[in-house]
Design a protein around this ligand. Sequence first.
Ligand code: CP
Length: 317
Amino acid sequence: MSEFKWARKDLLGLRDLSKQEIELILDTAKSFQEVSDRSVKKVPALRGKTVTNLFFEPSTRTRVSFELAEKRLSADTIHIASSTSSMVKGETLKDSLRNIEALKVNIVVMRHPSSGAPHRMAPHFQASIINAGDGINEHPTQALLDMFTVREKKGKIDGMKVTFIGDILHSRVARSNIWGLTKMGAQVTVCGPKTLLPPSIEKLGVRATTDLREAVKDADVINLLRIQLERQKESYFPSIREYVTAYQINQEVLKLAKPDVVIMHPGPVNRGIEITSEVLDGPFSVILDQVTNGLAVRMAVLYLLAGTSQREEKVAE
Ligand code: CP
C-alpha cells in the first residue's frame, strides 16, 4: 500500500477526491476484505468510537452495509430514520445534528433527499460526515464499491470501458462513478433516452449516446441504473414498455457485448424493466459481489475517517 496518508475529515463526494485518495480507499478496503471470512468477524479499529446513521430516505444495501461495517470495526452505533426522528416535529437538520454532536458522536453517516445536504452540514460540525447519498448529487461509497468491483473482476480500472445505461439524469450513482472512474483512467459511456441524459454531460469527460447497441458493443463493464420514478416530476418517455423495448439488457442484447463483459447494478433492481431475470441471475452478473465488496469499502472509509476525526478523545487515566 502507498505511503500516502488520508487527511480529510469528511467523505462528501468523489468530485473533490484525488486519484491518490481513491486508490488509498480501495487499497484499504482490500486489506479489510478478509475480516468477513474470519470465524470471528471483528477487529478493534473503531473501539470507543460512536457512529450515527442518519437515513432520511429508504435504503436496504447502504444502511445494512454501513451498520455491519461499524459493528465489524467494533464501533458503538445508533440508527435514526426520518420517520422516527424529531424532524417530523419540525426540528431542522442542523439542530438535529447539533443534538447528536452534543452526545460526542465521532462519525455521522447521512442519506438525505436534498442534493448538497451533507456538504452544507459538514463545516459546522466536529464529527466526520459520510455522504450515503444526497438527492441526485453523489453516492460516493456506492461508486467506490463499484470501482473496487471493476478492479477485482478486470484487474485494473485504467483503460476499462465502463457503460452506464438508464436514468442518468437522476442518478447520484452515475455522477459519483463518472467523477471517480474518469480520474482513475476509465473510458465512460452513458446511454439512455435523450430526456434522461443530462445536457452537456460530455463536459464531464464521458461519451453520451441514445443507442443501446453502440453503448454495449465495446464495453468491459455494463452498469445498469433503474428508472427513478420517485424523483421524476414529469414523464421522460412514453411508457415503461417502450423503455424496455429500447433499453432493457436481455440475452439478445448481451450477444452484442464482449464475451467477458461484467454486468453491474447498484440496486435496487426492477426485475423485468432495466434487466431480465436471466441476465440478473446469470453468469455475467456480479451484482451480489458488489454488495459483498461494499462492506469492505465502507469499513475502509470509516477507518480512514476515524483516524482524522477532529473530536478530542479524553481517555480516563
Ligand atoms: N445502492 C443503494 O444505494 O441501495 P439502497 O438504496 O438500498 O441503499
